[in-house]
Design a protein around this ligand. Structure first.
Ligand SMILES: [Mg+2]
Length: 280
């Protein structure tokens, strides 16, 4: 870890044409803006410096996220927010799910994401053609998952195929002084159950959309329209691994999910820089 240089966020803004910023653990926590975030966003807005939030979420539409961030003192326009929920449209298109019945697990905005993507959201308990496990909130977890796994087993036992889609592959997020489990962790659990029951099938795993997979980075690169990009994030397994795979530089913010003493190992996800905080 010693040979990874530390840098201030102002230096990063000078070195790169556009900043890609993770939201949770970098700009915000559940309770509000993190130290330095408001000053950074102010500065970027004033300087007209291009930046995009790239966030693994399908729980809040960009316009609602923007309103929430404004309440935290962060003036981030909705069009600067790219979420993994926005990847559902292209995903439905390539999987032939446009217009199909989609069981959506998540809060109200998750249903809106699925509608915008061209799917027809149905509530738990009704027949469905595909499952979008959008978020861990917005439904009674164990009861709903009982119903979902029962329905999946019934359809798969009958020889059917049910596309499983996971917009947010994160396993945990920073919650209070500890961590909360996410839809990604619930997906791993469902996959374990299905893998044991159907060891010979290769269609019982979730399609994962967000970071570290390339689609969100591709969307950001398209929005930026070229130039040198740097990803600023707090998770090695999503932000940094994704940036490494996409071939752009990255900075790991200490103190988020990766902690203040991140375990960076040879051959694993490796940031180009370490950032002690957003406050210079
Ligand atoms: Mg994060």
């Amino acid at each position: 870890m010693h040979d990874i240089p530390s840098l201030s966020v102002s230096d990063l803004a000078e070195r790169y044409d556009a900043l890609l910023l993770d939201a949770y653990g970098v700009l915000v926590s559940l309770d509000g803006a993190l130290p330095g975030a408001a000053a950074l966003i102010d500065r970027l807005n004033r300087q007209g410096k291009p930046y995009w939030l790239v966030s693994n979420t399908a729980a809040r539409l960009p316009e609602h996220a923007a309103a929430r961030y404004r309440g935290f003192g962060l003036d981030i326009p909705a069009e600067r927010i790219l979420t993994s929920g926005m990847l559902l449209g292209p995903c439905f298109m390539t999987s032939g799910l446009t217009g199909r019945r989609i069981l959506v697990l998540g809060p109200e905005d998750s249903l809106r994401y699925v509608e915008r993507a061209g799917g027809a959201p149905v509530p738990p308990g009704e027949d469905f053609d595909a499952l979008v496990l959008a978020d861990q909130a917005g439904f009674p977890c164990v009861e709903t998952l009982d119903q979902v796994i029962s329905s999946l087993i019934e359809q798969l036992d009958a020889g059917g195929t049910v596309p499983l889609i996971l917009p947010n592959p994160d396993l945990v997020y920073p919650k209070g002084r500890g961590y909360g489990i996410t839809a990604g962790a619930l997906a791993v659990m469902l996959e374990a159950i299905l893998a044991r029951r159907y060891p010979d099938r290769d269609d019982v795993a979730f399609v994962r959309l967000g970071k570290p997979h390339p689609a969100l980075f591709e969307a950001a690169a398209r929005a930026a329209g070229g130039g040198r990009l740097v990803m600023i994030g707090d998770q090695l397994e999503t932000d940094i691994l994704g940036a490494n795979a996409f071939g752009i530089d990255s900075a790991l913010v200490l103190g988020g999910v990766a902690g203040r003493r991140p375990r960076i190992v040879a051959g694993g996800p490796t940031p180009s820089y370490l950032l002690a905080s957003l406050a210079d």
